[in-house]
Design a protein around this ligand. Structure first.
Ligand code: C2O
Ligand code: CU
Ligand code: CU
Length: 492
């Protein structure tokens, strides 16, 4: 959870010398294994660029997206990567509750693909957010998403979701933000979208293929990017209030974010907003999580940093010498600089409180179930074959794993028997966290990606309202999803 230094994190903090090297204040990402500096060619200080923005009008947004492999600018270099409409990230889509979003996707990749609108509460059927649509290389598909009139505002995102290809395609550069606007405006001096992703580029500017070991742990890129840029510069005036829409689009990397010296007020995580804004010092985003954040400028230059986060190690790989590129998220990474200069004072309206969010802690539970997340080596270490399962089963597109009743409320116990964290994501319906490691939570926390720390369990409740149909839940470490840590749910 956010704003919560876990036991493990506290250990890491106390022992940075053990596995971690703090490189505070520099703009470089260092690959510790090879001891080389990556992509220092992107001169720090280039102004942050916003992705193109497409906004609905009259209740409709119609967009053409084309995925392709081509030359794009990433980390200040011309490289060959994957992109939507030639940009990394793809365009930001801005819609409102009640809107219809039409996306015509042409798959210009050499592999099958499709599209998922992560976090949107829309139908999973037909040409909606249907995970069973497959778009062959060169083919097109027209999606239509109808947002209900009570759709929560917030930060969402889109990315490909064809099983077996998801990690490669997202890591390659296919992602973009979706903003569902507030019903009534929140005063801010300016708004920025910050899509954070990671990637590895070799000296020829191409993305190397992930190894079996990297997939087992969940690959982490050597470069951590903000809107495809390496250490971009942001500037503001003191007292200005910026609204930052943060997306963790990394394939496997957890982001523990800080912006010391500035005032951070969190409006919400994933969909919707908290009843009242919360002052925070740091935010932890598992892969797939988003944050809706206000930053109030204080004179000085601050660095947006991703601090070390320990998400565990793969079974049998502890202390192994072959872990190159695995979970060694032990480096303190400078993601961006934020320079605030003295300015004439600005007076902005206070942030209005939101209606209290739904709270299922007193709801009548119609079914309880347990999902057990496990990992192992199928066929032994040397084969490089990993198994990543939920309730002992790997994903099968022809099997329905979980059938729920439309409009029921269920309680799920999520148990992680492996030594790696797994961030569980459920499509269409957000989850309310009820209990973490045996302790009840104290407020209503809703997320669509919920981290299940290694060797522990989390209890969530879900209200299956709004839509019937078939969709999926899976680990959002996308290599694990591709390896089979995904199940099919049907709401009848
Ligand atoms: Cu963001 Cu099923 O994914
Ligand atoms: Cu999703
Ligand atoms: Cu996982």
């Amino acid at each position: 959870m956010m704003v919560d230094i876990s036991r493990r994190n506290a250990l890491i903090l106390g022992g940075v010398g053990v596995g971690g090297v703090a490189i505070g204040g520099t703009a470089f990402v260092v690959n510790q294994k090879k001891g080389r500096r990556a992509a220092s060619e992107d001169a720090p200080g280039v102004a942050l660029v916003q992705p193109d923005e497409l906004r609905s009008s009259g209740g409709v947004l119609t967009v053409s997206l084309e995925s392709s492999s081509q030359k794009v600018s990433i980390a200040g270099r011309d490289v060959r990567a994957l992109s939507y409409n030639s940009g990394v990230p793809g365009p930001t889509l801005r819609v409102r509750a009640g809107d219809t979003l039409n996306v015509s996707l042409r798959n210009g990749l050499a592999d099958p693909s499709n599209l998922h609108v992560h976090g949107l509460h829309v139908s999973p059927e037909n040409n909606g957010d249907n995970m069973f649509v497959m778009i062959e290389a060169g083919a097109s598909f027209d999606y239509q998403y109808k947002l209900p009139t009570n759709h929560p505002p917030g930060v969402y995102w889109y990315h490909p979701h064809h099983h077996g290809y998801v990690a490669d395609q997202v890591f390659g550069g296919l992602y973009g933000a979706i903003i569902v606007e507030d019903p009534e405006e929140i005063a801010a001096t300016r708004e920025r979208v910050l899509v954070i992703s990671d990637i590895t580029l070799d000296s020829t500017g191409t993305i190397p293929t992930a190894t079996a070991m990297q997939k087992m742990s969940g690959r982490e890129g050597e470069l951590v990017l903000v809107n495809g840029q390496l250490s971009p510069a942001l500037s503001a005036g003191a007292g200005e209030r910026e609204r930052w829409r943060l997306v963790n689009a990394c394939t496997s990397r957890y982001l523990r974010l800080r912006l010391d010296g500035q005032q951070l007020t969190l409006l919400g995580i994933d969909s919707g907003r908290f009843e009242s804004p919360r002052d925070v010092d740091e935010i932890v985003l598992a892969p797939g999580n988003r944050a809706d954040l206000l930053v109030t400028g204080r004179v000085g230059t601050s660095t947006l940093r991703a601090l070390p986060y320990d998400r565990g190690a793969s079974n049998g790989m502890m202390g192994g010498g072959m872990m190159s590129g695995s979970t060694a998220t032990s480096v303190d990474i400078a993601l961006a600089t934020f320079a605030v200069v003295a300015a004439r004072s600005v007076k902005l309206a206070a942030v209005p409180d939101q209606p209290a969010s739904n709270d299922l802690r007193s709801a009548t539970i119609t079914a309880r179930r347990e999902l057990v997340f496990a990992m192992g080596m199928g066929g032994g270490m040397s084969s490089g074959m990993m198994s990543a399962t939920i309730n002992d089963q790997a994903f099968d597109a022809t099997r329905i794993d979980t059938t729920v009743q439309f409009e029921s409320v269920e309680e799920w116990t999520l148990t992680n028997t492996s030594t790696l964290d797994h961030p569980l994501h459920l499509h269409v319906w957000p989850m309310q966290i009820i209990e973490q490691d045996g302790r009840p939570v104290e407020s209503a926390i809703w997320q669509d990606v919920v981290n299940i720390p290694s060797l522990s369990s989390v209890r969530v409740r879900i209200a299956f309202d709004g839509f019937r149909g078939r969709t999926v839940y899976h680990c959002h470490i996308l290599d694990h999803e591709d390896a089979g840590m995904m199940g099919i749910l049907q709401a009848l």
